[in-house]
Design a protein around this ligand. Structure first.
Ligand code: AMP
Length: 415
């Protein structure tokens, strides 16, 4: 009998797992450098949290959640996204009553029962950030910068940022009236009408050609922004300009969650085909209070690690030798002295941050050199009686084949 991973999950095994680690860490790095603090949260939560938090009109809640009853008869859902869980934790641990803004970042697996295809999985990975409690356009700009900078640090160039404002409650109410009037002029089928009823903006997200064409005449929220929303958004754009973050305005942008208000954005990579969104997010004015917390606004994003990897691969910006050791040590001889010395040298260099691998087993020199080659080691040394007695080794540079005599105690300065 043999087993396979469940359908549609993404997993990373060696050597590609090294790329996963690099991309994940690079996506987190700007947030860390901006004082965002790490959160590690459960992968399952009370189902009602997501129904409430993500929104009843969304595909995620209506079709894609992994929901089950646990042994205590509770309805549990594998988290389909990160923000609702962060809000729950912030409220539960009273962080919303402490120092503001609460700035956090997180990463991990998320679950949606989608139709699997390249870039779309049932278990996928995200890095996310949230900044909660201060409604300053400067935070919107910082949060967007964190994502833009992470993509740039990875070396990505072929991506764009789409930006809009979904306005505040006042803007939404005015727009809603006009939008519903507009919907009366369309012959909506029952399911579509029901979605429009739950969240009128949702139809901007409908990909069916006839709907795209019908919606091209729909009134746009951008034209209904309140003075407050307008000036907030204008200031966000000014800050982004000052930071050198390029964006395109897309007044038809809506995202897969009901909670967004005000500044909303999506990052699109141009080398990915159908699943081109690599990350997205926005501000949410009412989410905290709706989930039982203080009446605070927040802003955040989620970036897909899987798709960022595909983007990085499509632009060939990931170095090929990510997981290769700096030094590969080959101890020779039957007795334990060369092996002991190999481990001693390795541990000294490892403590200095070098990646050092050793040839294990009693492999002959030729086989051991082959392994060093396969591991793409940068340097190799061979340790025999002679080297141990003299305290000097031949350091071989694998790319050129050139060797150089080096004192063992001096190796740290040469690799
Ligand atoms: P969302 O949480 O829907 O805003 O998605 C944020 C990012 O997560 C997207 O831009 C994608 O990069 C990634 N993502 C969302 N759903 C999936 C999925 N099913 N498989 C892989 N990546 C996904």
């Amino acid at each position: 009998m043999s087993f396979q991973a469940p359908k549609g999950v993404s997993e990373y095994v060696t050597p590609r797992s090294a790329i996963f680690e690099l991309v994940r860490d690079q996506l987190c790095a700007p947030a860390k450098s901006a004082g965002y603090q790490y959160m590690e949260l459960p992968v399952f939560e009370d189902t009602a949290l997501f129904a409430r938090g993500v929104g009843e009109s969304t595909d995620i809640v209506t079709k894609e959640m992994y929901t089950f009853e646990d042994r205590g008869g509770r309805s549990i859902t594998l988290r389909p996204e990160g923000t609702a869980g962060v809000m729950r934790a912030v409220i539960e641990h009273a962080l919303d009553r402490g120092h503001l803004p609460v700035k956090v970042f997180y990463q991990g697996p998320y679950f949606r029962a989608e139709r699997p295809q390249k870039g779309r999985y049932r278990q996928f990975y995200q890095v996310g950030v949230e900044a909660i409690g201060i409604e300053d356009p400067l935070i919107d700009a910082e949060v967007i910068w964190l994502a833009d900078q992470a993509f740039k640090n990875l070396g990505l160039k072929n991506f764009k940022l789409e930006l809009t404002s979904l306005g505040d409650a006042e803007s939404r109410a005015k727009h809603r009236v006009e939008l519903l009037k507009f919907y009366e002029t369309l012959q909506l089928d029952e399911a579509t009408a029901a979605r429009a009823h739950l969240n009128p903006l949702r139809l901007f997200d409908d990909k069916r050609p006839e709907m795209v064409s019908a919606m091209s005449k729909a009134p746009l929220l951008m034209d209904f922004l309140s003075e407050k929303s307008k000036s907030h958004f204008a200031q966000v754009k000014k800050y982004l300009d000052a930071l050198g973050v390029k964006y395109e305005l897309n007044p038809r942008l809506v995202r897969g969650f009901d909670y967004y208000t005000g500044t909303t954005f999506e990052f699109i990579h141009q080398g990915l085909g159908a699943q081109s969104a690599i990350g997205g997010g926005g501000r949410y004015d009412k989410l905290m209070s709706e989930l039982g917390g203080a009446d605070l606004s927040g802003i955040g994003w989620g970036i897909g690690i899987d798709r960022t990897i595909l983007a990085a691969e499509s632009e060939a910006v990931i170095p090929a030798d990510l997981a290769s050791p700096d030094l590969y040590i080959i101890p020779l001889g039957e007795d334990a002295s060369a092996k002991t010395e190999a481990l001693r040298i390795a541990s000294n260099l490892r403590n200095l941050g070098k990646v050092v691998d050793i040839s294990f087993g009693d492999r002959a020199l030729k086989g051991a050199m082959k392994s060093a080659d396969k591991a793409k080691a940068r340097y190799v040394i061979v340790l025999g009686d002679k080297e141990i007695t003299s305290g000097e080794v031949e350091l071989k540079t694998m790319s050129t084949g050139v060797t150089k005599s080096i004192r063992i105690s001096d190796l740290k300065n040469h690799i």
